[in-house]
Design a protein around this ligand. Structure first.
Ligand code: ADP
Ligand code: SF4
Length: 696
């Protein structure tokens, strides 16, 4: 056992016991599970530096995201190891991880039918042919024996190249319905009649062969792990932890050096806090340690050290796997080790991190504004340069932007005054966290309040709605206006550009009204031109209050953006379950007495729906009045000794909570968030090929 850190609680000692994994040893029980980050092969150095910081923060195993092993699995969001040419980019990550004495893991992936191979233009591979994933007009090709042999060869070569790149742990991927070996195991995908089809032993043959191949190729120096989904939550239609999920682990129990087990698909594995609580995978994976002596790692959005220790103490897991908790707080293990568990920046389970991947953009996180910015802006999640001006900073508004700015400026050593008009701190986070399913979002506020408690240089005032005159008298030289945004009442949004006739009526409510406790009268129509979570959570709240609820949207369905947060199907299922009616492809035409008119966005045809309250979830409007009043009188600002007034967060541009936190943090680092002539971050240009001419 390692020596206890200066303040470590002995209850957590077992989290710091080293663990042998085949030929290598992890220094503790914290395992950064493979996770996408939108950087992949396109942003190699930012990805390497981000992973290195995880190692610095105490994760003893730090893994890549999926690593494509061949051009027939062509997912531009993944890292890539098609051949030796891809080694340098990945070696950079392994080096960054090794700098902090952690083990570097690589997840060798072939996505099979999941990827349409839009770039390589190869026909996707599958066990038995059939459709490819998604809406692409692409169908797969059934692999013949030579394809299987070739696939094993690519996998083996990738393992050898992974070792050359410096990886200590090579993981065979059979998870999330995203990997060929799992497609072979699955009866849904595999109807072969040869020795790779039929009984489970045959369907698991490819996975067995890949493990054996990998062990033979690199197993003397590298640990060989398996990432397997043991349940698909599809009952009889899929792999289950009582059935074939368990049988596969039993069959191959002692073959790999490590089992990394979870549930499938990704939307279940990375369920948001709206749908699953911490530790939600236990009942699916708890059998694994009973059937293997090899170390077992699993995930479950673990942020509580007590839960983590309990997982190990009770023999559920040997290592605590984490993707999102390590994104929200790369220093989570170090904080436990140093007895600073209250400082952990707990993941709120919102999956904004996942959205970056889908948008082909580097990862971002609601709780951790430095995520994805480690290399290009030089932002570290724990360290921030000390103050370099004598400014005294006034921040107006204690929502996520104002709170984050206050914390980061306070950490820099600035004198800060934070004035909040309302009776509570937290702004939209405090309000939205009271909506159904969003309680964990309050962590955005709570973490920052905890930090502010230790900062005597930050003064916090509640019930202090300051006007322009008050600001000028506050004896501050820098002013951040973090007054947020309010939902508009007139229905203007993405679709409608003119106010909805009748929207000035008292029967029209906004999400702010509902959060302020204004009672709706049923039946209720929610007009959703926002396409994220708000209309769905309001529908849940209003249904729970007993109202009939219809969501009307110009889109094809509700909550389209949540396809990027893996929540779309969960949300739609819940709305159907609780009896919310959905009217797609319609906009509000007018609000009347006890009815609303809806117009088809295609034909203009109008239909009338009974409705006593209309809730407008169309768009937020930034609350810029104070900013504009101050900015309008530059001379008065100068007389007051105010050198700059900056709008931050939703007041600057309404968006996600993540964007507001980011804005507050950027202000604290740079004392400005204005546009500059030069990009305020580094970019890594793709190296040009030496010649303009391709192959003859
Ligand atoms: P953001 O997401 O940008 O942080 P929020 O809407 O969450 O914005 O928070 C804005 C906060 O600003 C709210 O708590 C609101 O009460 C407060 N606020 C609005 N106007 C003023 C003002 N004039 N003085 C102080 N606080 C204000
Ligand atoms: Fe957690 Fe949300 Fe951050 Fe993802 S973006 S790590 S879910 S807080």
């Amino acid at each position: 056992m390692t020596a206890a850190g200066p303040g470590r609680d002995p209850r957590y000692d077992l989290l710091f016991e080293p663990l042998r994994i085949g030929p290598v040893t992890a220094r503790n029980r914290f395992y950064q599970a493979p996770h996408c980050n939108g950087m992949g092969r396109n942003y190699p150095t930012p990805m390497a530096v981000m992973r290195g910081i995880k190692a610095e923060g105490g994760w003893s195993v730090v893994c890549t995201e999926q690593c494509d092993i061949h051009y027939s699995t062509d997912n531009p969001r993944n890292v890539r190891l098609w051949d030796e040419g891809d080694i340098p980019a990945l070696a950079r990550m392994a080096d960054a991880v090794h700098e902090h004495d952690s083990l570097a893991g690589i997840l060798l992936a072939h996505n099979g039918y999941i990827t349409p191979n839009s770039i390589s233009r190869e026909i996707p591979l599958s066990p038995s042919g059939g459709t490819a994933f998604g809406m692409y007009p692409v169908h797969t090709r059934a692999m013949d024996k030579s394809d299987i042999a070739a696939f094993r060869r690519w996998h083996r070569n990738a393992a050898l190249n992974a070792r050359k790149a410096g990886f200590d742990l090579v993981i065979v991927y059979a998870g999330h319905d995203l990997a060929l070996p799992m497609h072979f195991i699955s009866r849904r995908h595999n109807s072969r009649t040869d020795e790779y089809g039929g009984p489970l032993e045959n369907r698991a043959r490819l996975l067995r062969e890949l493990i054996e191949d990998t062990k033979e190729a690199v197993g003397d120096t590298c640990a060989v792990g398996v990432r397997l989904s043991v349940d698909e939550l599809l009952g009889d239609q899929g792999i289950t932890c009582e059935g074939e999920g368990r049988e596969v682990v039993e069959m191959l129990a002692e073959l790999p050096d490590l089992w990394d087990v979870n549930i499938s698909r990704w939307q279940n594995d990375s369920a948001t806090s709206r749908f699953q609580a911490e530790g939600y995978q236990e009942r699916y994976v708890s059998f694994v340690k009973q059937v293997t002596t090899k170390p077992v790692v699993g995930v479950g959005r673990f942020t509580s050290p007590d839960t983590m220790a309990s997982q190990i103490r009770r023999g559920i897991l040997d290592m605590i796997g984490a993707a999102r908790p390590s994104i929200a707080d790369p220093f989570l293990p170090r904080k436990i080790e140093e007895g600073r568990t209250d400082d952990i920046r707990e993941c709120i389970g919102c999956n904004i991190c996942v959205s970056g991947n889908y948008m082909m953009a580097p990862i971002r996180c609601t709780q951790n504004p430095t995520m994805g910015e480690e290399w290009r802006r030089g932002w570290h999640p724990e360290r921030i340069p000390p103050k370099d001006t004598d400014d005294r900073v006034l921040i107006l508004g204690a929502g996520p932007a104002g709170l984050e700015a206050a914390c980061a400026l306070g950490q820099r050593g600035y004198e800060v005054v934070l004035a909040e008009a309302g009776r509570e701190l937290g702004g939209r986070v405090a309000r939205e966290s009271r909506l159904p399913g969003l309680a964990a979002w309050a962590r955005v506020r709570d973490h920052r309040l905890h930090r502010l408690q230790g900062m005597p240089n930050v003064e916090v005032y509640l019930e202090s709605e300051l006007g322009a005159g008050d600001v000028r008298e506050a004896e501050c030289s820098l002013v951040a206006i973090a007054t947020g945004a309010r939902w508009r009442r007139d229905g203007i949004g993405r679709h409608l550009r003119e106010p909805v006739p009748g929207s000035e009526s008292a029967r029209v409510l906004t999400p702010d009204d509902i959060m302020d406790g204004v009672a709706a009268e049923g039946p209720v129509v929610i007009y959703d031109d926002d396409h994220y979570y708000m209309s769905g959570v309001l529908a849940e709240k209003l249904r729970a209050e007993g109202h009939a609820v219809t969501i009307v949207t110009p889109a094809a369905s509700v909550a389209d953006f949540t396809q990027y947060t893996l929540e779309l199907n969960h949300i739609r299922r819940r709305l159907f379950e609780i009896g919310v009616e959905i009217v797609p492809f319609h906009a509000l035409a007018s609000v009347g007495e006890g009815t609303v008119d809806l117009a088809s966005i295609f034909t203009g045809a109008v239909k009338t729906v009974e409705c006593r309250s209309t809730v407008m979830v169309s768009a937020p409007l930034p609350s810029t009045a104070l900013h504009d009043a101050l900015a309008a009188d530059a001379a008065a600002l100068e007389r007051a000794g105010i050198r700059r007034v900056v709008a931050i967060g939703d007041c600057r541009g309404p968006g996600t909570i993540a964007a507001a936190v980011f804005s507050g943090h950027a202000f604290a680092r740079e004392l400005n968030v204005g546009l500059q002539d030069e990009a305020p971050f580094l970019r890594e240009n793709v190296e040009l090929h030496p010649t303009l001419h391709g192959p003859e």
